[in-house]
Write a protein that binds this ligand. Structure first.
Ligand code: ADP
Ligand code: MG
Ligand code: MG
Ligand code: MG
Length: 402
């Protein structure tokens, strides 16, 4: 480990800010709280009551917080995260937190405090609507993916970028947790007893395992663009107007569909969970579900529209301007998106890391119903991604489960 590394505490985080940053005045009375709720890192909020100024310090731990010291994870991820955040911020001003500093000794990112925003997953569980989100995330994905791909950047530079963003340990976590472990009786899986029979079906489903293996191979070999790598609804901060994408520590050169699929898969999980959360108010349920389904369509359509415009405006090479090639490219991307969305849904039901949308359903029968539905829809997305014609059909298929 780095010699000068030391995990901060609330007290030493304040000392750090006083010593190293000139955001607050010398005599400022600083307060600090560790607010991390993720699976991996420490997150400190440091603020001064009087001036209402505040700042976030995110520090990598040498192990995964969700498991403890038994699961070491490289500190390098903080460097990757800070560089990805800055690059995404250049490509999409206003859609990421501002990064003020990266401390290479402490593997610490100092960034803008977004506490006036809410984590999208929480907001969706509460039943809030975010009218700008689908468009914003469509733009975010189109710009970050296009301009880091061979279409949108110099091919030599792209290869340098690949080198900078090689992220083997974090990729291995995804390979294990998303793709491998849900398909055998792995020790890390967290399987509720009432799901055991259904889970065993997945372990014996050779067709499903083959298709997930193909998607996993794509994840490991398709260096298409610098992807965020962990773009679930817990990695997005929102208000009614604003969208900010955080936490790109899993960034690496991978398949674009992994990001798009992450967002869409997590929207579907929330859709499924709402039947229980909004059980008391069927009218609200109906209208909220329709909002979620519209969002799913819009996320893909906004991504598609923006990506195609960037392609049109930025690519002049005859081969890459070929219309048939564009069609095949976008079709493959759509199939990847569905496949990865399905994988992400399945692993959240009985893999190591679940989602609150589903786990918060207190009543066992309701939770079970939601879990089974998520597994069924996830499986359809993986197995039928080549037959599903378009995003409207995805939504129709989901609706058909009513
Ligand atoms: P992890 O990599 O451990 O998942 P995240 O970057 O997702 O860490 O952050 C964990 C939590 O810390 C977030 O869910 C959010 O509550 C809080 N957080 C992270 N970044 C910020 C920020 N810039 N402003 C305010 N809160 C933040
Ligand atoms: Mg996170
Ligand atoms: Mg993270
Ligand atoms: Mg144009």
């Amino acid at each position: 480990m780095a010699v000068n590394y030391k995990a901060l505490t609330e007290a030493t985080a304040v000392e750090y800010v006083k010593k190293n940053l000139d955001i607050f005045s010398e005599e400022a009375a600083l307060q600090c709280k560790e607010i991390g709720d993720g699976n991996l890192n420490l997150v400190f909020r440091v603020w001064e009551e009087a001036s209402e100024k505040s700042i976030i310090l995110k520090q990598a731990l040498p192990y995964a917080r969700i498991v403890g010291e038994a699961m070491p994870v490289t500190l390098e991820r903080a460097r990757i995260e800070s560089e990805a955040l800055m690059l995404q911020g250049e490509l999409c001003p206003n859609l990421t937190p501002k990064v003020y500093r990266f401390d290479r000794d402490l593997y610490l990112i100092v960034m803008e405090d977004l506490s006036d925003h809410i984590i999208l997953r929480k907001g969706l569980i509460e039943g809030n609507e975010y009218p700008n989100f689908a468009e914003n995330i469509g733009v975010f994905m189109a710009y970050t993916l296009f301009f880091t791909s061979d279409l949108g950047m110099d091919q030599m530079k792209k290869k340098q970028m690949q080198k900078k963003f090689i992220n083997p340990e974090l990729c291995k976590i995804t390979e294990d947790l998303v793709f491998s472990e849900p398909y055998f009786d792995a020790a890390g899986n967290k399987i509720e007893p009432h799901l055991l029979d259904r889970v065993r079906k997945n372990w014996n489903n050779q067709e499903l395992i083959k298709e997930v293996a193909i998607l996993k191979e794509g994840f490991m070999t398709k260096a298409q663009a610098l992807i965020h790598g962990d773009l679930h609804t817990g990695s997005v901060f929102v208000t009614e107007e604003s969208t900010k994408v955080i936490d790109p520590e899993f960034a690496f050169y991978g398949p674009m569909g992994f990001d798009i699929g992450a967002i869409i898969g997590n929207f579907i999980l929330n859709y499924i969970a709402q039947a229980a959360h909004m059980e008391e108010d069927q009218q609200k349920l109906e209208s909220y579900r329709s909002y979620l389904l519209k969002s799913i369509k819009k996320i893909w359509k906004e991504f598609y529209k923006n990506f195609m415009e960037l392609w049109e405006d930025n690519v002049t090479a005859p081969m890459e301007s070929n219309l048939l090639y564009k069609q095949v490219y976008m079709r493959n991307l759509f199939e990847d998106t569905l496949g990865y969305a399905g994988c992400k849904m399945i692993r959240r039901i009985y893999g190591l890391a679940h989602v609150a949308d589903i786990d918060n359903i207190k009543e066992l029968e309701q939770r079970k119903k939601a879990q089974l539905l998520a597994l069924d829809i996830g499986e359809i997305l993986v197995l039928q991604r080549k037959e599903i014609k378009n995003i409207d059909e995805v939504v129709d298929r989901i609706k058909a489960f009513n």
